[in-house]
Ligand binder design. Structure first.
Ligand code: HH2
Length: 288
């Protein structure tokens, strides 16, 4: 059974893993670009991810991979509009991956309940107002620089603290604009203006971000740092690394996982959780 939006927004307390399946309706996404541009193929992929246990379907019409070009609102809307009514019929929460309020609004009108804004409200001044007026859940992600140039020598003194402070500032900006604190999800933005060491430090320090008291989402799926560690250039050969990154960050306190390979990640997290629960039960028995 997929989790409700309230359960998802409470997942940092329950530590129950939430899986968000990626649906890129783009010609140029780094690992699946062009595969789901056609509406029936996109809907079939979403249906498959729900059958595999996705709690959320995150639909996006603009690639944010390093070096990518911007896609305007009209084109984003043209790509998502035909499939939204089908997605919102599925037994999962729909999230819209966009930094443009006009695009998010079309998705909310069709029944989406989460706005995934990788600019954390910096691209479009109307985004926080929209999230507030619709009581939508809002994902605030950290990015250093812009997708076109973000991988050109990113620098931090203490990446986890700097990302936390940035996210604290964006939470304040969102709540000042009327977004309820308990509708916000935070994300360190794996690969967005970060080199290998930065990504590893963030995945290893989820607790620093969790201090902000919001559910932490991570999106390591098939990303470049896995290729750098494993020597796998082909993104379809990065599932093992994606699983490792999800499990390590889940143990550190992350509870929402944005992934391409839903079935494998659901299985990995379900087993990891069963092991953790067993340990808790044993400790309860030992204590009592
Ligand atoms: N990563 C990507 C896109 N959106 N949103 C959040 N909240 N967190 C992420 O880490 C994140 C994201 C990039 O991955 P993908 O969608 O697979 O590729 P592309 O941007 O090339 O479409």
């Amino acid at each position: 059974m997929p989790q409700t939006l309230d359960e998802i927004l409470n997942s940092h307390r329950t530590h129950r893993p939430v899986v968000m399946g990626i649906l890129n309706v783009t010609p140029d996404s780094f690992s699946d670009g062009g595969r789901f541009l056609d509406a029936p193929a996109a809907v079939a992929q979403a249906r498959q991810m729900v059958a595999e246990g996705a709690d959320i379907i995150d639909v996006g019409a603009e690639s944010t991979r390093p070096g990518s070009a911007r896609v305007g609102p009209d084109e984003q809307i043209r790509r998502i509009e035909p499939i939204l009514p089908e997605l919102t019929k599925l037994d999962a929460i729909v999230s819209i991956d966009t930094t443009i309020a006009e695009v998010a609004e079309v998705a909310l009108d069709a029944g989406a309940q989460i706005i995934n804004d990788v600019s954390a409200g910096r691209d479009d001044a109307k985004m926080f107002g929209l999230a507030a007026s619709r009581n939508a859940a809002l994902i605030l992600m950290h990015m250093l620089g812009r997708p076109k140039t973000m991988q050109e020598n990113p620098q931090y003194d203490d990446v986890a603290k700097e990302v936390r402070d940035f996210l604290a500032g964006r939470i304040k900006a969102a709540t000042d604009a009327g977004v309820k604190r308990n509708r916000i999800i935070i994300d360190p933005g794996i690969g967005f203006g970060k080199d290998l060491e930065h990504n590893l430090a963030l995945l290893n320090n989820i607790g620093v971000l969790a201090e902000l008291g919001a559910p932490v989402l991570v999106g390591p799926s098939r990303k470049r740092f896995i290729g750098e560690i494993s020597g796998r250039a082909d993104t379809s050969e990065r599932l093992g690394g994606t699983i490792a990154a999800c499990l390590a960050s889940w143990r550190g306190g992350a509870s929402i996982f944005r992934v391409h390979d839903v079935a494998a990640i659901v299985q990995a997290l379900t087993v990891a959780r069963a092991i953790e629960e067993k340990d808790k039960k044993r400790r309860r028995t030992d204590d009592g």
